[in-house]
Design a binder for this molecule. Structure first.
Ligand code: AP5
Length: 217
């Protein structure tokens, strides 16, 4: 059986999480966000959470070894057997190479790169509001909740992520351009990457990604 792996690449705020939720639901494969996994560890104050807090709080990348152990543990679960969707991984060439080594012969990779300019990213991130209860993401500029600070889906409380503060966003974007953007060439060279205009409305972005995934089979 072929194991289909979808990788969503793109800078912070490009819409990886927004699209990952939709794709995962549509294809019935697990959505694995390394950022969400780390935030869960922070919330539960685990040993890993204690180790990664300072990196996340300052907008730096968590060291590769900590990321790889956690990620490979997650993708070894039975729900990933036929495929999974990666959101926020890989983020360095070393992570991409480690993933290649980890995969077996029946695995295929489809990489989608969401292109969004930095000004839009800053606006999207500064307006992001996440639901504490169900994780649904709103945006004060693009998809405001009907009731102030209440989730439209479950009425849970909405919050701003700690790392969405302006100076940390600046660092996250710097780190993205320096350490993660080279992955675009890495996957282009393997002929598995498609660029998608992430500036389009979320529905259009989803339709365009779906077309690519359908074509790849
Ligand atoms: P992570 O959680 O992965 O954050 P990120 O990559 O910075 O991405 P974001 O979650 O900020 O944005 P997104 O692209 O998912 O956009 P979203 O859909 O929410 O990582 C956080 C930290 O964890 C890192 O800084 C690092 O420290 C650590 N980390 C994680 N993985 C790591 C790894 N592999 N290696 C090392 N360290 C790692 O959308 C943003 C907003 O825009 C929302 O409000 C949304 O509603 C809105 N929006 C989305 N799409 C559209 C659209 N088309 N039009 C209008 N608005 C839109």
């Amino acid at each position: 059986m072929t194991q289909k792996i979808i990788i969503l690449l793109g800078p912070p705020g490009s819409g990886k999480g927004t699209q990952a939720v939709r794709i995962s639901k549509n294809l019935g494969i697990p959505h694995i966000s390394t950022g969400d996994l780390f935030r869960q560890h922070l919330k539960n104050n685990t040993d890993l959470g204690k180790k990664v807090r300072s990196y996340m709080d300052s907008g730096k990348l968590v060291p590769d070894t900590l990321v790889l152990d956690m990620l490979f543990d997650r993708v070894s679960k039975s729900d990933c057997r036929s495929g999974y969707l990666l959101d926020g991984f890989p983020r360095t060439l070393a992570q991409a190479e480690a993933l290649e080594k980890h995969l077996n012969k029946s695995s295929t990779i489809t990489a989608i790169n969401l292109n969004v300019n930095d000004d839009t990213l800053v606006k999207r991130i500064s307006g992001r509001l996440t639901c504490k209860a169900c994780g649904h993401v709103h945006n004060t500029f693009f998809s405001p909740p009907s009731k102030t600070n209440k989730c439209d889906k479950c009425q849970g409380d909405l919050f701003h992520r700690d790392d969405d503060e302006a100076s940390i966003v600046e660092e996250r974007l710097r780190v993205y351009h320096q350490q993660t953007a080279p992955l675009i060439k890495f996957y282009k060279d393997k002929s598995v990457l498609t660029d998608i205009n992430g500036e389009d409305p979320a529905d259009t972005v989803f339709n365009n990604i779906s077309k690519v995934l359908k074509k790849r089979g």
